[in-house]
Each structure stands twice: as structure tokens, then as C-alpha cells.
Unconditional design. Structure first.
Length: 131
């Protein structure tokens, strides 16, 4: 009978040990699940922060590129305006020179003799006296 009781106790101890081991394994599994869940949360947080940093860097780069583009466009506009003004001034100068040359030729043609010269001088003097 003692052997039977020892056997019963051995089986009971084995069952208790197995139950304890099962509870330990269940506890470890729950602990592992919790660690995995925390790791996933941390991974998601790190990924979100990385995306936010990336978005910030991209936005800053776009803003800087836009500012540089605006600066370049404004500089080009100023250059175009300066070149336009220079071209207009050059054309005015050429027109004035041509006008003087044409007037000179016309006056030479009209004042080929001294009678015409006298008439022009008298006409100019009358105009000056009237004003």
C-alpha cells in the first residue's frame, strides 16, 4: 500500500508541477504578448516621429526652394527692366542723332543761297519777338 500511496503522491506532485509549469508558461506568454505589444507601440511611435521629421524637412526644403525661385525671378525681372531701360535710352539717343542729321541736311538744302538764309533769320527773329 505504501507503494500505491507513494505512486499517488508522485502522480499528484507531477500534476501539481505540470499545473505550475502550465501557469508559468501562460504567465510567460502573457508577458511576451505584453512586451510584443509595447514594442509595436514603440515602433509605431518611432515611425510616426520619423514621418513627422521627414515631412518637416520636405516642407522646409520646398519653402527654401520657393524662396530661391522667387529671388531668382525677381532678379531676372530687375535685369530685364534694366536692359529694357538701356535699350529705350539707346534708341532715343539714336533717334535724336538721326533727327539732328536729317535737320542738318534739310537746312543745308533749304539754305543753299544767301537769300534763303536771310529769310530764315528774319522769320526766326519775328517768332522770337512775338513770344
Amino acid at each position: 500500500m505504501k507503494a500505491l500511496k507513494d505512486r499517488e503522491k508522485s502522480i499528484s506532485d507531477a500534476l501539481n508541477t505540470a499545473e505550475k509549469a502550465r501557469k508559468d508558461v501562460a504567465g510567460l506568454k502573457a508577458s511576451n504578448d505584453q512586451i510584443i505589444a509595447e514594442a509595436r507601440k514603440e515602433k509605431d511611435l518611432i515611425l510616426k516621429e520619423a514621418r513627422d521629421i521627414k515631412d518637416k524637412i520636405v516642407a522646409e526644403a520646398k519653402n527654401q526652394a520657393n524662396a530661391e525661385t522667387q529671388k531668382s525671378v525677381e532678379y531676372a525681372r530687375q535685369q530685364i527692366a534694366a536692359e529694357k531701360t538701356a535699350a529705350i535710352n539707346d534708341i532715343k539717343k539714336q533717334v535724336a542723332e538721326l533727327s539732328v542729321q536729317i535737320a542738318e541736311k534739310v537746312i543745308k538744302k533749304e539754305l543753299e543761297n544767301s537769300k534763303d538764309q536771310e529769310k530764315l533769320v528774319e522769320s526766326l527773329l519775328k517768332d522770337l519777338k512775338l513770344k
